[in-house]
Design a binder for this molecule. Sequence first.
Ligand code: PXL
Length: 291
Amino acid sequence: MQNIVPRVAAIQDISGFGRCSMTVIMPILSCMGAQVCPVPTAVLSTHTGGFGEVSFIDLTDGMQGFIDQWKRLELQMDYIYTGFLGNEKQIDIVKDFFKEFKRTGNERIVVDPVMGDNGKLYRTYNEVMQEKMRDLVARANIITPNLTEAMFLLKRQYEDRAFNDVEIKEILNALSEMGPEIVIITGIKDTVGKKVNVAYDKVAGAYWKIPYKEVAAHYPGTGDAFTSVVIGALIQGDSLPVAIGRAARFISVAIKTTYGYGTPSKEGVMFEKVLPELFKSIEDVEYSLME
Ligand code: PXL
């Protein structure tokens, strides 16, 4: 780590209501001891998942100015983290951002290829954007797709079924061959009937499986919270499986807390109530090595 307080450049949108992207990432990473340096890609009145017509201010043309001034200031980042990207040009600019701020070689690039869920891509994700996202993923150190996104990146058919260890390892390998040395896939059903997050660390040659309890409700922004906790935990020096285990536990507690109040799921999880989870010991974090 290069900075006394590790820096994370977060290239993300700001949605005024609905708890996703920047409004989730900043508090979580701040709690975990990182300085978040936001590069806002757009400002929206709410996220796009169910609130009707959204007021949308596109900041794509302002992003280059961030790169230019940060370069003049010779700012050094420890992590560069991108998620939901709204158009092709943004992906091009993010690629440029990676090039400019990979200065010492120690910076880690985290790409959460937010493209879809449950076997479907978001409406905005045309063929060109998918191809550009593949190129972005190739430049990342760490990627965190869900199973839907993993399959689209690999140009494979999404299947809603259980996967055995051999199949899981093959998917992880195929994604890491695209470039990233750490691949984390969220939301896979394994053949024992458990929901698991899985990971491959190419340098260590290790495959990990981290179980979690599935909850009936679906809340937006949980992917952003998941990746933020993983980054925060890695910054704190946790191993990869422990970082994923902490992220899974945080999401699970946040969902459990929220579900009980019966609030509309589009309002996201009440993570504000469970931030103290991030300070708890890691002893109950479950994981196993895939042989
Ligand atoms: O959490 C992903 C996300 C980020 N930003 C916006 C979104 C979504 C998911 O729907 O709409 C604006």
